[in-house]
Write a protein that binds this ligand. Sequence first.
Ligand code: NDP
Length: 292
Amino acid sequence: SRTPLTLLGTGAMGSALARAWLAAGHRVTVWNRTPARAGALAAEGAAVTASAAEAVAASRLVVACLLDDASVGEALEHADLTGRDLVNLTTGTPAQGRARAAWAEARGARFLDAGIMAVPPMIGHPESGAHVLYSGSGALFEEHRDTLAVPAGARYVGADPGFAALHDVALLSAMSGLFAGVTHAFALIRREDIAPGDFAPLLASWLTAMTQSVHRTAERLESGDYTEGVVSHLAMQSAANATLLRTAEEQGVSPELLTPYMDLMARRVADGHGDEDGTGMIDLLAQAAPRA
Ligand code: NDP
């Protein structure tokens, strides 16, 4: 029979998760700070409790999907976590994940932190590519792997409870740069007689082709060789940046999303690394600030 579970937080994401588990035949107990927001799930078969402590008492497997790390601490303040398997699907930082793991373990629970790589409509549809990154207790992950894989693909990224958040944030940070580039590209064509709908397929196929470079970057980081077989070296790229900036000016578009990356490249070239590809910029960036 399916593992019963408790879900804390029935916001947009929590509700989607609860529905996926209910649809798969799990007994689901839910709690939400604002009780009215759990009402729809009660009609769909979830058991609703009046307090988080009661919800935690109802199942050994407890999943939290709340706003932020502080809300997890608040919600669980008066709950007995002894013998519980706590899975934290709340977005946080690596340090918050590690601190929350120590906090949960000190209260007698096994702990997994997680980062959800999906939006609510993708939950319950693993074919959409929806997945969740988990880190922390490997024993917890192994025991509940099948249950965790119901709402979205489940990937374990390490015993360090900070790693799920670190992977999550690294992926989101890469997306931020990607979206910055897309924003600038559409701005360049904005005032011309170019239909955005005609431009979008060109942009999508270009970006798809370019993403393959991440594998070469990983190889170079692992080998330490940033110059062998470079086809588009930094000195050349730096010169091409002038054309990108001049075009932005011609089109009346602010260069503010491009210049931070270009400035970093110029620094690497000025340091005498114009014969490399972009890999050395990673070292430059990682050395920029002392670790917190
Ligand atoms: P919502 O804003 O829809 O829901 C937030 C939930 O947190 C509600 O249940 C809310 O309760 C609860 N909450 C907030 N503060 C507290 C508190 N102090 N004590 C107890 N409960 C509290 O957010 P989502 O459901 O979308 O997001 C939940 C988590 O999932 C977040 O960490 C988010 O980053 C993550 N996530 C969301 C994605 C998305 O696309 N939505 C994508 C990937 C991750 P109440 O109803 O009482 O306000």
